[in-house]
Design a protein around this ligand. Structure first.
Ligand SMILES: [Zn+2]
Length: 186
């Protein structure tokens, strides 16, 4: 029997529909395997892709999903597994209560619960992030109204699956209002 028989179950890359950069490890959703939930894993390196900027320039906006999400932060020092090797700021709830994550951890996000901004504040040693959304088609509703104008300018917003156009239409809006993928239909 050929050893390639089950090759399709080994995922080594991120599909073209998702962000392409050297930090991505792999990505799975129901387009790859019908019924699969969404799994995304990537590195957080000491500097962002554009080293002239800081990680604080690349926040992810406050948003909610229709299903639970788990965000996993993993430090990479085998002699100190608890240490994340950096600091991630994560806001929780509509009050945007800010948490500062410096230890390896999993964060459970209930369905319909507003979370983020998610902002990398410091990287001392590269670490790993895995996100799992428990749904076969990604849903995301941004809440830009919860941010100050100053903070809004540094965020990326994703509109998907809340009746903005076709049910699963995806639209990513960058900090400067540019549409990065998909299209806004209003
Ligand atoms: Zn989320």
């Amino acid at each position: 029997m050929s050893s390639s028989k089950y090759d399709k179950y080994f995922i080594y890359k991120t599909p073209p529909k998702r962000p392409q950069n050297n930090r991505q490890i792999a990505y799975i959703d129901s387009d790859d395997f019908p019924g699969a939930h969404q799994y995304n894993c990537h590195w957080v390196t000491v500097l962002p892709d554009d080293p002239t900027k800081s990680w604080s320039d690349f926040g992810h906006d406050p948003h909610e999903h229709k299903v639970p999400e788990v965000i996993i932060h993993m430090g990479t020092d085998p002699n100190n597994k608890e240490d994340l090797g950096g600091e991630v700021e994560l806001a929780m709830g509509p009050e945007l209560i800010r948490y500062h994550i410096t230890k390896s951890c999993m964060v459970y996000i209930p369905a319909g619960f507003i979370h983020s901004p998610w902002i990398v504040r410091r990287v001392d040693r590269p670490f790993l992030v895995v996100t799992v959304c428990q749904e076969t088609g990604h849903t995301e509703k941004p809440h830009p109204e919860l941010l100050s104008e100053e903070e809004r300018k540094k965020m990326m917003f994703i509109y998907e699956g809340y009746g903005r156009g076709k049910a699963r239409e995806r639209c990513v809006v960058s900090q400067d209002g540019m549409t990065l993928e998909g299209k806004i239909s209003q």
